[in-house]
Design a protein around this ligand. Sequence first.
Ligand code: FES
Ligand SMILES: [Fe+2]
Length: 397
Amino acid sequence: MNNSTRPFADIYPEIGTGPVSTAPAVDPAFFEREREKIFRKMWVNMILREEDLPNPGDYFVRDIEVLDASVIVVRGDDGKLRALHNVCTHRGNRLVRDESGSCNGFQCDFHGWVFNNQGELAFVTDEQRFHHLDKPSLGLAKVHLDTWRGFIFVNFEETPSQSLEASMADFNQDLKPFPFENMVLAGRYRYETNANWKTTMNAFQESYHAAFVHKRSVRQCLEDDGDPYLASQRIKLQPNGNQSISVHLPPHDLTPTEMIAYGMGATFTQGGDGNVNSFPGTAQAQIENWAFDLNIMFPFSRINVGAGWYYVDAFWPVAHDRTVYELAFYFPMPTSAGAMISQEYSKIVLRDLSREDLFTNEVTHNALRSGAIKSIQLSDQEIAVRHQYEKVTEFCR
Ligand code: FES
Ligand SMILES: [Fe+2]
């Protein structure tokens, strides 16, 4: 055996090398176990940052379908961020119907009860006709909220079994020094797909597919005969399910658009063609022709960092055969027209790459549902997919 072509099986022998059952991707009963044993216990990345809610009263509402929950993330008059169930404590009406805003409080549109922006019950209409209202205990139900480097997470467990800090530890690099706060939201994409969340996400967990799936959008990056499948140099897998995959791109002949874009800022396809910036918090120093790092926070969200950009995404499970893929991308505030052109190029490349990555999901999901194959075969380069199935199965036991 030539270990250099299959290095990761040696690093992680406990993960095995055999075929992997398709049942976790197609079985509705397995999805129900994931819901209770994984999704209800995880720190949920809200794809929001603290600076999205700078002032008291600022709020966002996020529906988390897989948990049948709707959450209000709000900054109270006391300056504190809170996550509150979006459920009126009178008779359970959905309290806030819009997606975001700023207010002193929230009034229910069923009978007019009012909650302040700290979640306390502030006013009850026609209160004298109630019998024994214990108003202090009738504030909006709380959800745990914590932040990590400005990112907002919530947790639905009564007492979270793992701290957010522990959940975010130990990727291919120490992610903490990355200058997240120096970048601003440049856009969001959202896709719905009729496929299991793992099948959807698996297309984003290896580079093996790039030579085929991405040959239309970034063919120029895939023509190195010595490295046609972009074999990863560094993949780190953690016992809690987290993963980190560093992606490299060999030097290549630049397209005319790349020549313009590279001259004016960092882009997604730069890799071995020289990174204009060196960012702390990346694995740049450890990887030849490094392009970016995928940092996967188990089970389904990621904080992916490059030299001059980052994006945060999540593969939201909705049902065993439905997933919403959402991503938000961030760049330094552009200070010139050239920087804007470079960023626009990155936005379009990211859009095209993510659409290509989603291209196989639905047909693959349907094919797996047919039962024609009962297992999938995974190469050493697909060890992150194998690890994910192993962890999901372990936590669902
Ligand atoms: S359900 Fe909200 S005031 Fe009645
Ligand atoms: Fe891809």
